[in-house]
Write a protein that binds this ligand. Structure first.
Ligand code: A2P
Length: 281
């Protein structure tokens, strides 16, 4: 497994397992067990996924020691602010029966449509994140769904900038400008829904490259992100797909192939705009 380097010298596996929409305990148990055997070591979850306990039980029943895996969790929007984010993190740590998270991320920036003081809210939540980092509850702190303006605002008050920004990124949503900006700040990008939630897999350009390379569409999508040094966390409940999604290190996309994927017009995915969304509070 390849790794990428964070600014604090910590490494993060290039591929992890996404767990959004997996809540069933038996299914989670199989996913974690298969993924571990196949070689995955990073598990991505969030308080909002309602599966922290299922993950904790799956890890325990497989007999995986804490230092063999990396756990990434996210604070939900109802726990913004200096104190609330710390309380939320400690609750999630209990659910996952662990003393620390490898990665802990703010799930969404405060919506500017709902909060005129979104900048202050994000700044205060981030101050709580920095405290969690300093106190050793988290080895690397980060954000999700932060755009350039959110990061620019955070820079005014942050003493440690995020190590990670996780956002939706896949062919048909290539996010070039934001990726570039994150790289300038030394922030590692993690692609959520790197397969466009499955919707990009039948795209003609992707299928053509897949045929040429004798790979699957999913492998082409993941390889395209990895070649941009982006961590991917594809979600699947299927053991063969888990195997397939990690088997992406024995081929390379050419510059022309990369470019043709970059140029795929907007296509599917989750498509939630962090500035437009209001239902998440
Ligand atoms: P399933 O869980 O039934 O395998 P994303 O990670 O972009 O959100 O995409 C997740 C979706 O893609 C899920 O519907 C998942 O279905 C599907 N998926 C994951 N890996 C593969 C794969 N290798 N081939 C086809 N579909 C996949």
């Amino acid at each position: 497994m390849e790794h990428f380097l964070l600014r604090n010298e910590m490494t993060i596996p290039a591929i992890g397992i996404g767990t959004w929409q997996i809540t069933d305990r038996d299914i989670m148990s199989n996913v974690v067990s298969d993924a571990y055997d196949i070689g995955y070591r990073l598990i991505d979850t969030a308080a909002a996924y309602s599966n922290e306990i299922a993950i904790s039980k799956a890890i325990a029943s497989k007999g995986i020691s804490r230092n063999e895996i990396l756990l990434s969790d996210k604070v939900w929007n109802t726990s913004r602010g200096y104190e609330a984010v710390q309380d939320a993190c400690k609750k999630s740590l209990k659910k996952l029966k662990t003393e620390y998270f490898d990665f802990y991320l703010i799930h969404w920036p405060a919506s500017m449509k709902l909060y005129p003081d979104w900048k202050d809210i994000n700044a205060e939540t981030w101050r709580g994140m920095e405290r969690l980092y300093q106190d050793g509850y988290v080895k690397a702190i980060g954000v999700c769904n932060f755009r350039e303006h959110h990061l620019r605002e955070l820079q005014k008050t942050a003493t440690i900038m995020p190590f990670i920004n996780q956002f939706e990124m896949h062919p048909g949503m290539s996010q070039k400008a934001l990726i570039e900006y994150c790289k300038e700040l030394g922030i590692v990008v993690e692609a959520s829904s790197p397969l466009g939630n499955g919707q990009i897999l039948k795209n003609k350009s992707i299928l053509a490259i897949a045929r040429k390379k004798n790979k699957t569409s999913a492998q082409i999508c993941l390889r395209w992100a990895l070649q941009q040094e982006i961590v991917v966390i594809p979600k699947t409940v299927n053991a063969n797909r888990l195997r397939q999604n990690i088997d992406v290190f024995d081929f390379e996309l050419t510059d022309d192939e990369m470019k043709s994927i970059d140029d795929i017009p907007y296509c599917g995915g989750i498509g939630i705009d962090p500035d437009e969304v209001t239902q998440f509070g």
